[in-house]
Design a protein. Structure first.
Length: 317
């Protein structure tokens, strides 16, 4: 097996390799859009990586048996680290010999990533690729982010909530800003310990609430927000395979600790699903950190995982 730069001559076979994997996943998760089943979409993305010199091909007996391409991302996940990131369409290996192929590709890619100063290595895997997950686990990678999807069918669960629920309106910018700020403090605290990002301000929420592509729901006790859930047409950083014109993405959700255990989260989710369906959306997606205990316990009850993003932070860069 030879590891060489990814070139135009490899693109068609690489795109077909990805699409074949995606078809297999859609057999178990039919809510996935068909958008990325077009090999030309994956081919166009891979062609750009090849032209940027950010791709490798594993070739054996004159045929492509695997490929790996990536982006170099500054301030990866809002940290001071530079990261190498391989989306779900950006890598693949034939099932026979996948461990050997991926090891060879990673060995070569890691040299390039070190030269680029990458202190984080990340790949997104299709959820049914159990053999590939095992390979990357043995390469030192651990789970970080999960992408999941569902149809906008009503929840088959008791989701009463016990508090008033309503869609957020133009006058709710302050309430949303306050609970979202607490949400981000939750991210920064143990055990999640993410880099604290910048929550949307009251002024930013006012602008978002005027945008037809933004929706938010609140569970209220009087004028106090006990929980909120926000949705947009696309979640920044989510997997490409969940995006579609008839899909809407959850981009934030939080229940204040004092109100947990009262089914507010499923109640809000139920309301947003009904609202999204009435607006013509057929699918809803969410992406969440696996190391966030509340998120990891909640979302898989109602959504089918479709991608697992795995990460390694080398001790030396």
């Amino acid at each position: 097996m030879e590891i060489i730069p990814l070139e135009s001559g490899h693109i068609e076979a690489a795109a077909e390799m990805f699409v074949g994997k995606l078809r297999g996943l859609r057999e178990t998760v039919p809510a996935l859009p068909e958008t990325m089943l077009d090999p030309q979409r994956a081919a166009a993305l891979l062609e750009k990586r090849a032209r940027a010199g950010a791709g490798l091909a594993a070739v054996e007996d004159g045929r492509l048996v695997g490929y790996l391409s990536w982006f170099v991302v500054e301030q990866f996940r809002d940290t001071d680290r530079t990261g190498a990131y391989c989306p779900e369409w950006a890598h693949g290996a034939r099932p026979e010999g996948a461990a050997r192929i991926y090891r060879g590709l990673y060995r070569a890619a890691a040299q390039r990533w070190q030269a680029a100063g990458c202190g984080v290595h990340t790949l997104t895997l299709l959820a049914h690729e159990e053999a590939a997950r095992e390979v990357w686990f043995w390469n030192g990678f651990g789970l970080g982010v999960v992408d999941a999807i569902r149809w906008t069918e009503p929840l088959a669960a008791d989701a009463q909530g016990g508090l008033a629920q309503r869609r957020a309106g133009a006058g709710d910018a302050r309430i949303l800003a306050e609970i979202e700020a607490e949400h981000w403090r939750h991210y920064a605290a143990p055990p999640v310990q993410m880099t604290a990002g910048a929550p949307n301000t009251e002024e930013e929420f006012a602008a978002l609430l005027a945008d037809k592509n933004f929706h938010a729901w609140l569970a209220l006790e009087g004028e106090t927000a006990a929980a909120y859930l926000r949705l947009q047409s696309r979640s920044h950083g989510a997997a490409s395979i969940v995006a579609a014109e008839d899909a809407i993405a959850i981009t934030g959700a939080f229940t204040r600790p004092a109100y947990r255990g009262r089914k507010l989260a499923p109640a809000l989710l139920s309301a947003t699903i009904e609202d999204a369906r009435a607006r013509g959306f057929r699918r809803m997606s969410v992406d969440f950190e696996s190391f966030n205990p509340e998120a990891a316990a909640f979302w898989p009850r109602y959504f089918a995982p479709v991608c697992f993003s795995v990460m390694r932070i080398p001790e030396r860069t």
